[in-house]
Design a protein around this ligand. Structure first.
Ligand SMILES: [Zn+2]
Length: 215
């Protein structure tokens, strides 16, 4: 059994890797986004709280998040190991997680930080085009005439660059990520084994590298 926390910047392919890794190693994949949606669907007391918070346009508090994670970590499905993806994002959350694990007598066997040069992320993310008509996304390298190309899905000539995909926005997100994540990695690294894995290459190459460091 293996308990892992996966950390990585936007654009590194963390979500894809988390799904692949959890499947290969038969771990419970706990992604905070999925977890919040599942809690709401379940109609549990916690789920109702989450729904009210989100409906009010507020952020889910650390306490609430930790309680949801506790439910997942103590569930039957987590017995064979778990992979936490998207949490913790702040030092306060890292400390709360550590407290929770001590309380329920569990540990983290590896904190895995996926790394990649900013320039590679910029290259990956800045070329993304979105279709205004059908919502499909593609990459500038896969269409013949850039923004003037027809959408590969609906054939309308309505491709545009979302604000989120602009270089300045991505640079800012990377700075915010680094600023908040470096201390999180430091806190977790004091208590649990820390591994760094390059996110460079194809999803398969990165997947192999991840499984290698996890033994
Ligand atoms: Zn389209």
């Amino acid at each position: 059994m293996l308990n892992v926390v996966l950390i990585g910047p936007p654009g590194v392919g963390k979500g894809t890797q988390a799904v692949m890794l959890a499947e290969k190693l038969e771990m419970l994949h706990i992604s905070t986004g999925d977890m919040l949606r599942a809690a709401i669907r379940s109609g549990s007391e916690l789920g109702k709280k989450v729904e009210a918070v989100l409906a009010a346009g507020e952020l889910v508090s650390d306490d609430l998040m930790v309680n949801l994670i506790r439910e997942r970590l103590e569930s039957e499905e987590a017995r064979a190991g778990w992979l936490l993806d998207g949490f913790p994002r702040t030092v306060a959350q890292a400390e709360a997680l550590q407290e929770l694990l001590d309380e329920i007598d569990q540990t983290i066997h590896a904190v895995v930080e996926m790394t990649i040069p900013d320039e590679v992320i910029l290259e990956r993310l800045t070329g993304r085009l979105t279709c205004r008509s059908c919502g499909a996304t593609t990459h500038v390298s896969r269409v013949p005439d850039g923004l003037e190309s027809a959408c590969p899905v609906c054939r309308e000539k309505t491709l545009f660059i979302r604000d989120d995909d602009r270089e300045e926005t991505i640079r800012t997100r990377l700075e915010v990520y680094r600023h908040s994540t470096d201390p999180v990695v430091q806190v977790l690294g004091r208590h649990y084994p820390l591994r760094k894995v390059s996110g460079h290459g194809t999803p398969e190459e990165v997947g192999t590298r991840l499984r290698d460091v996890l033994g």
